[in-house]
Design a protein around this ligand. Structure first.
Ligand code: MG
Length: 299
């Protein structure tokens, strides 16, 4: 904690945000951005932007949402922009946000239980089933061994979402601390954190437990992210531990939305570039389909 606090610069000194940034009003461009010639943002082809990179094997075009919510929160208010630009820390969800895939779905598919587990994941993401119940049920369907996890990681490495590398680089250049807060498994996205320059101590996620022979024995229930409301607890812990004044949560699921509450995240940004969950997007402070929308206000 001491290291993080001492390394920080007063947020008000880091950002000098105009009342409105010099970018056009933001609109949903989930369809327009995928026109002929590839995805674009404000007329700029994504693949031409510096730093627009993705992990080896990653798609250059995110899996777009089939539709956008009817809410008007695609256009950020001045207050939302100011909060975003003055963040001390940004907490990112991993599955369908930092990475294109749902890690547990990928692992289940690799183990031959893809469809059944994906149905459970969909329920968990809408908040209709307690997270811990869905997590236990999904894992019990295929009981992944350590060997299977390692083999899956080798044969199906996580695919990083387009633009996330550049966004995190921009945030870190402004001395914003970056965290991964995920209901997924830290064993599966440690390489992602390493590639993005996120220290292990800034990862809040679940831990698969294995027996002496590498057999699956469960998950660590002590991890707050293993329970409904767990991300909120994790974000509150992060905020309190480091004395942050302004914390932003970015994700696509109901558990990410829960993190915005007193003592937790000041702002919830729904990232719909992979999965647009309307129940979540409708309650978000800001809905984006592309990380470039967030970068535009940091430039
Ligand atoms: Mg997610």
């Amino acid at each position: 904690m001491a290291r993080l606090v001492s390394a920080r610069i007063c947020p008000s000194q880091r950002f000098h945000v105009p009342l409105l940034p010099s970018v056009p009003p933001l609109r949903s461009h989930s369809a327009a951005g995928l026109g002929v010639g590839g995805p674009s943002f404000h007329g700029v082809k994504l693949s031409n932007l510096p730093g627009f990179v993705a992990a080896a094997g990653a798609l250059e075009v995110p899996k777009r949402a089939p539709s956008s919510p009817a809410s008007g929160n695609h256009l950020p208010s001045e207050e939302v922009i100011r909060t975003w630009c003055n963040a001390d820390a940004v907490c990112f969800d991993v599955d369908s946000t930092v990475c294109l895939d749902e890690g547990i779905d990928e692992l289940a598919d690799f183990c031959g239980a893809g469809q059944a587990v994906a149905e459970w994941t969909a329920k968990a993401m809408t908040g209709s089933v307690p997270f811990e119940e869905a997590l236990a049920a999904r894992l019990s369907l295929f009981k992944p061994s350590l060997y299977q996890v390692e083999e899956c990681m080798e044969k199906r490495p996580p695919r990083i979402s387009p633009g996330i590398t550049k966004l995190i680089k921009m945030l870190k250049a402004k001395n914003v601390d970056i965290y991964l807060v995920s209901g997924g498994f830290r064993q599966m996205f440690k390489p992602v954190a390493s590639e993005l320059g996120i220290p292990p101590e800034n990862i809040y996620a679940n831990q698969l437990l294995f027996g002496n022979s590498g057999e699956y024995v469960g998950f660590d229930p002590a991890e707050p992210t293993s329970r409904s409301g767990g991300k909120a607890i994790a974000v509150q812990h992060i905020r309190k531990k480091c004395g942050y004044k302004t914390v932003v949560m970015i994700g696509d699921g109901a558990t990410d939305l829960e993190a915005r509450q007193p003592g937790g995240a000041n702002l919830f940004i729904c990232y719909g570039g992979v999965q647009m969950r309307e129940a979540v997007a409708g309650k978000a402070d800001w809905v984006v389909s592309d990380f470039l929308e967030l970068m535009a206000y940091l430039a």
